[in-house]
Design a protein around this ligand. Sequence first.
Ligand SMILES: Nc1ncnc2c1ncn2[C@@H]1O[C@@H]2COP(=O)(O)O[C@H]2[C@H]1O
Length: 237
Amino acid sequence: MHESSGYFGLIVGNLTYIVVGISWLLTNIMWLRIVAVIGLCLEITYMSQQPGGPVWTTMGWDTVFITINLVQLAILVRDRLSLKLTKEERVYLAPVLERLDKAQIARMLRTGGWKTLEPGTMITREGDPVADLTLICAGRAEVKVHDAILAHVGPGVFIGEIAFTTGRPATASVMVTETVRILALDQAKLRQLCKQDQQIASAIYALIGGGLADKMHASNERMQPSPAGAGEATGPG
Ligand SMILES: Nc1ncnc2c1ncn2[C@@H]1O[C@@H]2COP(=O)(O)O[C@H]2[C@H]1O
């Protein structure tokens, strides 16, 4: 830090580094950038008041950093403003809305879109690659493995989450039985987004994890213990 004469320099100089320090404590990227810009503006003021004359190198780089942050802020604001959800979509996305800010939700939604599928439409086919991570928002579908019905699924359930997390083909065939409204997110684009934004990744994986736990619970509930085999441990051989 260069010496600056008088109280003005002392106050602005310390304020600069306090504000920059505060920006490092923030986890909300929008506020982090806003506070960083304020800190950088204060630094320019401080550096312009140095006794030996303005410190152009620091002021020049501060201007570059301010520009980078302002461009990123403009992108964040654009993303936030682009998020238009109907009341119905808000209800379906409630668990996601709780975890992410508007800009992140808008970015996530740009990886796919809303669709309506009629009965008989296949969402996944057992053994085939799965293109989308699908969230069922309304309607019902049937989950089959080797032609045996495993489950009936409805609103709030993900389809294709196993392929999304493992990269493997579909573990089951899922067919629409009652017209469904779905949010279909392109798996490749969503994976890319998860790499770029850890908060989005952790929100999506938390939802998938919760959904898989519910599916396992439902599947355990459906299992009828056979009286003959009940309580028997299965040993090797
Ligand atoms: N037992 C089950 N209960 C509910 N859904 C299932 C079950 N087994 C498979 N699925 C769904 O069917 C999908 C087929 O594609 P995935 O394997 O990617 O992900 C699978 C799950 O979303």
